[in-house]
Structure formats: C-alpha cells, structure tokens
Ligand binder design. Sequence first.
Ligand SMILES: Nc1nc2c(ncn2[C@@H]2O[C@H](COP(=O)(O)OP(=O)(O)O)[C@@H](O)[C@H]2O)c(=O)[nH]1
Ligand SMILES: [Mg+2]
Length: 467
Amino acid sequence: MLSMLREQDELIVGLATPAGSSGVAVLRLSGAGLPSTLLPILRTSRGSALAVDQLRPRTMVLVHILDPESGDLLDQALVVFFPGPNSFTGESLFEIHTHGSPVVIKRLLYLLGQLGVRIAQPGEFSRRAFLNGKMDFSRAEAVMALIHATSLKAAREAARQLQGSLAERWSVLRESLLEVLVQVEAELDFSDEELETDSFMHLHGRLSELLRMLQRLQAGGRTGRQWQEGLDIVIAGQPNVGKSSLFNALIERDRAIVTDIPGTTRDVNEYGVEWSGVAIVLADTAGLRDSSDWVEQEGIRRAKERIAKADAVLLVYDVREGITLAEQQMALELGVDRILLVANKVDLLPAPPSVVSPLGAEYGVVALSCHSGSGVDSLRAMVLERFTRQPGAEEGTILLQERQRAIVQSCLEQVSTAMELLKQLQPQGELVALHLRSALQVMGELLGETHYDALLERIFSRFCIGK
Ligand SMILES: Nc1nc2c(ncn2[C@@H]2O[C@H](COP(=O)(O)OP(=O)(O)O)[C@@H](O)[C@H]2O)c(=O)[nH]1
Ligand SMILES: [Mg+2]
C-alpha cells in the first residue's frame, strides 16, 4: 500500500497525441505538486511571471513556455489545470497543448525532467484512475477498446461501456450469484438431510436464470471476437467442385490456383474481406477425399482442423452430383447455425435450376456458378444474414476483450458445474457452494474488485503512454 501511494505521488508526464509533426501536441501531467512545480517554465502570454491563481481550474490559458536554461521562448501553448479529485486520474492533472513539433516536445520533456517530472509508463494514467476509484476495469478497458476500435460499431459499443453498461450488467449478475450462494449455504447446510422439493425448485430456478445471463454475455463475447478478428469462414467440399473458384470469386481476386486436376489445393489459403462493414476471413481448403499422397493428406488434415473451429462453413458441391454421405454427416455435426450449402456449376445444367437443399429446408442452399458469377452476390447476402447475428448478444454487453471473454467462460463453467451438482439425488451443499464461490471470485476480476498486482500489470501495460 505504501509503495502504491508513493508511486502515485510522483509527477508523471505522457504525450497524449501521436508522435511526429502535427498541428497540436498534448502533454498530460499527473501527480502531486501541480501546477506550482511547473512555474519555472511558464510565463503569461506577455512574457511576465505567472501566478498559480491565474491558472483557473478547467479553463484554457494561453501561456509562454520558457526555456530557463537559455532564457528563450520555447513555444506558445495552451494549458489547462484539472485539480483532483475531479480529474481523469483523480489527482491533480495538467495538460500542455503545444504546437506538434517533435523538437519542441523533446526539449519540453527534458525541461520537465529537470523539474522532477518523469515519463509515464504505458497505461499509468488509467492505472492511477483505477487506483483512485475513478473507474473500474470494464471502463478502463472500454477506453482502450475505443482507442483501438477498427469499426464504428465497435467504437459505439466501447462508448456505451465507458458509460458503465457492462459494469452495471455485471453487478446485477454478481448480486444474483451472491444471493444464490447465501441460499445454498443456508439450505444445503445439513448434508444428511434431503433437500425439500420447494427449495430445490427455487435454487434450480435461480441457477438457471444465472446461467441464461451468463450465456447472453457469452454470445456477446462471440460477437466481440467477431468484430475484432472477423468472421472465420471456411470453404470446404470434394475435390474439383469449384472451391478455389468460389474463393477467388468471393474475394474478387485471382489468388487460389484453379485447375481441373483434383487435389490441386493443399495449403489453407486465407484472405480478409469486408462485406457491409463486417470483417470476414475466408479460407480455401484442400478437397476432402481419401488420398495416398502424403502432402494432400496433410492438406486434408489442415482443412478438417479449420472446419472444426470455423464460425461457418460453405460446403461446396457440384450441382449435378449432390453431396456425399460423409458430407451429410459433417453438415449434421456442424449444425444449421454453422453450415451453408453451395451448389456450384449451375451453368452446366440444361434448364434454369431449381435447387433444393439435400439436407432439408432448414439447411440453406445457394445455387451459383463461379464461371458466370450468377448467385455469388446472393451467397454474400446469405452469409451476412445467417452468420453475423449472435442470438442473445445485447448492445452494451458485447465483450471486446479476450480477458473478459475468458472470465465469462470460466464463470459459466463453475455455475454449470454447480447446477449439475444440485441436480444430483442428494446434493452436497458444500460442493455446490464451492463452485459458486469460485465463480464469484472470478467475477471479481472483471471489474477489478479482486485486484492483484499481476492483473493491474496485465491490463494497463497494454495501454498507450499518454493514457
Ligand atoms: N462449368 C463450370 N466449371 C467450374 C465452375 N467452378 C469451377 N469450375 C471448374 O471446375 C474445376 C475445378 O475448380 P477448382 O476451383 O479448382 O475446384 P476445387 O478443387 O474445389 O478447388 C476447374 O476446371 C474449374 O474451371 C462453374 O461454376 N462452372
Ligand atoms: Mg482448390
């Protein structure tokens, strides 16, 4: 605790704007002794001595920055003083808006160093804000997600979480968990007594509700990952059905080799595209068949590996031949939510095709021709419609950080286990409670209630210097 306080007393400075030449650069300072520490380098805009009370809180003041070593004017700047605790960090905060000249900034940082101000570590401002109770982890992470957002959608979501949407949802969840735990400890206390039906029904209901809430957050996690990494879509099927042709058509580039020799594609060939603002990673794979060629076998192994973890699989087949038994099997295993059938080469059919899904109506099918290009746009539309919606995911609780997704996953596992244990004939209260307690502990990590130094380190070290 003592070392923490001392660290926070230290005056730190960070460049809040990107390095390089720019119209304006912002240096941010935080810690004890502001703004008086800076008086040796500050003058009024007329060059006379500046008094602390001329720096009205939260008001921009035009000043001269003096280079005391040469007595020269270094720059004309705007400064703002934010007294603690109503500042971003919760301590005295000071901003210097200079012209964005790397030479000026370098000199200014040197002069500040002479006054005892040290360069901030990455994330140190946010870390101090957290330690001073200005924001929880979810808000701190929202700041980072906002800065690094790659789409407007993600930025909007981060802004909502900065307002506390995720923190609120999480608190509700934790409250319910706590209540269930108290109840479990009260009612399942006597391990040799059987649980009353009423109590069982009640606890079962509460736990189910908790599970549903966690599952919604899990769906939010899947959406969040999709936004960051893009939807992972694998093109699969028999050799020679036109997978590589489809890959090229979808990415609008001649990237994969197309031949009439079965087994041409061996490596997984990936390409990132954006359809209607949705990031998508498409992967062309080796055709699935029994092969004695070792290289092709390896290609098929990789194809299967990708299929297993894909968000969605486009199963391509020759419209004249239909799908094989093995493919039917694979489609059923992947399930309606992860597969879309693509009947290719419709140009080879004599009449305009009326293609029906060989797996039944609930499995969608798109008929197309890579040669004529007909149907390719419908396929894109169908992919967006079917695979980008995450049932259950809600605005404000889309998890944009891997750390948050891992926490939800781990909570979900603990609560599910507790549920399983409860359903046993003679539930052991102690065991049920044990898992609920672990869930509670993991939950604490999301907002930083159970904050360990390692956690602090992990979260804030990923921030930028001036943040
Ligand atoms: N007629 C016709 N031939 C196609 C179509 N798509 C692909 N082909 C041909 O089918 C053969 C195999 O194509 P390719 O994309 O390499 O298939 P892959 O082995 O599944 O990757 C090539 O000769 C392609 O020109 C199509 O829509 N119509
Ligand atoms: Mg191929």
